[in-house]
Design a protein. Structure first.
Length: 272
């Protein structure tokens, strides 16, 4: 067995020992969006620090725990917080939770994040369905030897964000009367916010929103054959579109729209 597989075996054995049985959906909850995990019924909560081969997440607004249980009638495993490349983690560490989810038999993941709006029609507080992404981090979690039984050497990214799930999210938004923008998420490494020139570049390249997460996770999801739903919370207009940017505004906006966000994800999950 390779080292990665041995580690995954230890992680999944540990989680099974904590009572995890069959799980269908993995939820990765971004900055300020972790409260959704508090609505999970019959929760089993496990701190990241307890989980073998997990690293610690240190960003403000991230609780850093796994919560297993039932949400909208589905068996879910939620991550309250995630690992970021800008924290100095390798792409492999950033995506280890997705590997773990695949190893647990999860077939689909919901990835969420806070993002800056690049599309001029977006307003802070909008939710955006991610239809595609641009990996602008300068790295890729699949660089290195490929484990052929985990996924292909050259994964197809043509439909990384599952079309049926996009339809389910749009139907859920319509049902709940929630405005749901849609567009392309461009992932930067961070931790700086972008410059106004970088945002003009992003827009020219086809981005509707920018952020510092998600793309690596979705690459590994595609490699692992997982279906993906992605939702961004547009917390601010991107650099150059408002006077300045700060993390407090990001947290304030997620706080303001979290009820809508939770409603959208729960209603979508029901239809997935
Ligand atoms: N840029 C990058 N990441 C972000 C932003 C932004 O404007 N807002 C929230 N996360």
């Amino acid at each position: 067995m390779t080292k990665l597989k041995e580690q995954l075996q230890e992680t999944t054995d540990f989680l099974r020992g904590k009572g995890l049985e069959q799980v269908d959906f993995g939820l990765i909850l971004g900055s300020g969006l972790g409260e959704l995990a508090e609505e999970i019924e019959n929760p089993v909560a496990i701190s990241f620090s307890e989980v073998p081969h997990f690293s610690l997440s240190k960003v403000v607004g991230h609780a850093g725990k796994l919560v297993y249980g039932t949400l909208a009638g589905k068996k879910v495993l939620a991550m309250q917080g995630r690992f970021h490349y800008y924290e100095g983690h390798s792409m492999q560490t950033v995506t280890y939770p997705v590997r773990m989810m695949a190893a647990l038999g999860i077939h689909s993941i919901v990835v969420t994040n806070a993002a800056g709006g690049v599309n001029e029609a977006f307003e802070p507080g909008n939710l955006m369905l991610i239809t595609d992404h641009i990996n602008f981090t300068g790295d890729n979690p699949l660089i290195g030897e490929n484990e052929d039984d985990m996924g292909p050497r050259f994964p197809d990214m043509s439909q990384a964000y599952t079309k049926n799930y996009q339809e389910a999210a749009k139907a859920a938004a319509a049902e709940q009367g929630i405005v749901l923008q849609e567009g392309v998420y461009m992932g930067f490494s961070g931790p700086t916010y972008e410059t106004p020139a970088e945002i003009r570049m992003a827009r020219t390249m086809g981005a509707d929103a920018v952020g510092m997460s998600t793309v690596a996770e979705v690459i590994v999801a595609a490699h692992s054959g997982l279906k993906v739903l992605g939702i961004s919370c547009i917390t601010n207009l991107a650099a150059g579109m408002q006077s300045s940017l700060n993390h407090e505004e990001v947290v304030e906006t997620t706080e303001r729209v979290k009820e809508q966000f939770k409603q959208l994800v729960k209603t979508t999950l029901k239809n997935m």
